[in-house]
Design a protein around this ligand. Structure first.
Ligand code: G16
Length: 565
């Protein structure tokens, strides 16, 4: 016989952890075994999230939950449901089977006026029992929590003594529709709605793009595409939107079954980790290719024969062709933005079109603030993130639909569109070196040494020569940003060396890794006319200078980067 007595709400004592400071994207990323082996590690973080929301806002509120389907997703959701109920949340909207892409969660938060969403993902980091797991909280605007909120979370996590949970509550993740639970001491039942993960997002895309024009491009025999979901969350979205609705053949979508370990792939859309796609594009008949990361917010765009569009160029091309997208014809264009390490290609378009350009620190939350204030329409980051103000996250599939809209309008190849763009605006040669899993102390000491070196007054004016190339430092600093909307100041956002010809070298420690430190070096150099050189050859002198100034190899014991993009 079913026991229909109200479910018990318990307060469980716990001990705080000192290391739950949220990352660049506003969440916690750790090896799976950390969540599994440390007592209440997950519970503590979730309690810090709920305790950071004012009780009056939390009581009876709606919260969205989704994840990229990686190992531990299901276990975590069961705990989150039990804790949400015990913490006064009135309704949870959960993606079917607990799976929903990060852009779709952003969309659903906004659509249902939820107070926020909990996203279970470690983004582009590998999954499986030996991989990474992560949790992040997005606020009511649909975007990653702002620093004031994540600081509060961190403060709470450091002195947490108890958490609230409803241990008897069992949710069925496999059945679509509503489920209700009576809780002791609660006047209203707690509700869980299991929703189709694709539907709301697909509706939003229909209102942004001209699906008839896209269908004409994709359903014919002549235009061939290949989209690689890397066994992350986007598989069902690609199949439903690109194949079923827009008529692209089923075999144009690969690795589309979400897997707990991403089939052993590293779901990071770059030239190294998406090597299969790159190979298929080089050899195959495809006109357009793209790969996505595990939670579907990042994208990599390729043209025929594997021609790479760098993310910095991608956002610039979308900006220059923005009226190929019906949404922007309706809303107009309020502003463009890029993160500081992203190349200045977008700046050239902004200047030519007389549209305001914002340079923000790394992290999508900075764009969200500008969008909420109605000052920003399109933005991008060098880390394979591109998006518009339709949601408050970077949006991988949106970027693909944006490119396909440009291709459907211009009927040129990806490479020709890119080359035309460089002819008109000049070219920002751009590369990023990543040194992954560097010893933490060595990385911090290297950055400290570097900062002391470059902020020294004597550094500006110094000249560096490699072969016949000479670069003179114009200025160098640790990037600081004042939010133009609320005047919040964000310091220590990356070390910049800017040369007199506008070339830049930037050093930053990644905020999204889970072990050791990842050191990133970004190099950006503009050429007005010399637009057909090989990027690595073109930037080799600046790369040599970047390594020389930082002494990175000597100070970290590394001999070369793990990934060059
Ligand atoms: C997150 C943020 C992005 C940001 C990236 C930077 O990406 O959402 O806005 O660009 O971090 O990563 P890093 O600090 O490693 O350079 P994701 O996709 O990991 O959530």
């Amino acid at each position: 016989m079913m026991d229909d007595s109200p479910l018990q709400v318990l307060t469980v004592p716990t001990a705080p952890y000192p290391d739950q400071r949220p990352t660049t994207a506003g969440g916690l990323r750790r090896k799976v075994y950390v969540f599994q082996s440390r007592r209440n590690y997950l519970h503590n973080f979730i309690q810090s999230v709920f305790s950071s929301i004012d009780l009056r806002d939390r009581q009876g509120s709606t919260v969205v939950v989704g994840g990229d389907g990686r190992f531990f997703n299901r276990t975590a959701i069961e705990v989150i449901v039990q804790m949400a109920a015990a913490n006064g949340v009135g309704r949870l909207i959960i993606g079917h089977q607990g799976i929903m892409s990060t852009p779709a969660v952003s969309c659903v938060i906004r659509k249902h006026k939820a107070i926020g969403g909990i996203i279970l993902t470690a983004s582009h980091n590998p999954g499986g029992p030996d991989g990474d797991f992560g949790i992040k909280f997005n606020t009511a605007n649909g975007g990653p929590a702002q620093e004031a909120f994540t600081n509060k979370m961190f403060q709470i996590s450091r002195s947490l003594e108890e958490f609230a949970i409803c241990p008897g509550l069992r949710v069925d993740l496999s059945t679509l529709g509503g489920q209700q639970f009576d809780l002791e001491n609660k006047f209203k039942p707690f509700t869980v709605e299991m929703v189709d993960s694709v539907e709301s997002y697909a509706n939003l895309m229909r209102n942004i793009f001209d699906f008839a024009a896209l269908k004409e491009l994709l359903s014919g025999q002549s235009y061939k595409i290949r989209l690689d979901a890397m066994h992350g969350v986007l598989g069902p979205y690609v199949r439903r939107i690109i194949c079923e609705e827009l008529g692209s053949p089923a075999n144009s979508a690969v690795n589309c079954v979400p897997m707990e370990d991403f089939g052993g792939l590293h779901p990071d859309p770059n030239l190294i980790y998406a090597a299969d796609l790159v190979e298929a594009m080089r050899e195959g008949p495809y006109d357009f290719g793209a790969a996505f990361d595990a939670d579907g917010d990042r994208n990599m765009i390729l043209g025929k024969h594997g021609f790479l569009v760098t993310p910095s160029d991608s956002v610039a091309v979308i900006a220059a062709n923005i009226f190929c997208i019906p949404y922007f014809q309706q809303t107009g264009v309020r502003g463009f933005a890029r993160s500081m390490p992203t190349s200045a290609a977008l700046d050239k378009v902004a200047k030519a079109t007389k549209i305001e350009l914002y340079e923000t620190p790394t992290g999508w939350k900075f764009f969200g603030s500008l969008m909420d204030a109605g000052r920003l329409s399109l933005c991008g980051e060098e880390s394979f993130g591109t998006g518009g103000d339709h949601i408050r996250e970077n949006d991988g599939l949106w970027a693909v639909l944006a490119w396909l809209s440009i291709l459907a309008t211009r009927r040129q190849s990806v490479e020709d569109i890119m080359k035309d763009h460089w002819l008109k605006y000049g070219r920002n040669y751009y590369t990023r070196y990543d040194y992954e899993d560097v010893d933490l102390d060595a990385a911090f000491e290297m950055m400290e040494y570097l900062e002391n070196t470059i902020v020294d007054k004597s550094f500006a004016g110094q000249r560096f020569a490699v072969g016949d190339k000479i670069y003179q430092v114009e200025k160098a600093d640790n990037f600081e940003y004042t939010d133009p909307v609320d005047s919040t100041i964000s310091r220590n956002q990356g070390l910049r060396i800017i040369f007199t010809d506008g070339s830049r070298i930037i050093y930053r420690l990644s905020g999204t890794g889970s072990v050791g430190a990842t050191v990133r070096i970004y190099i950006d150099s503009y050429e007005k006319d010399d637009i057909s050189q090989d990027t690595q050859v073109m930037l080799a002198p600046l790369a040599t200078i970047a390594l020389k100034i930082s002494q990175l190899h000597a100070r970290t014991g590394r001999t070369g980067p793990s990934v060059i993009t």
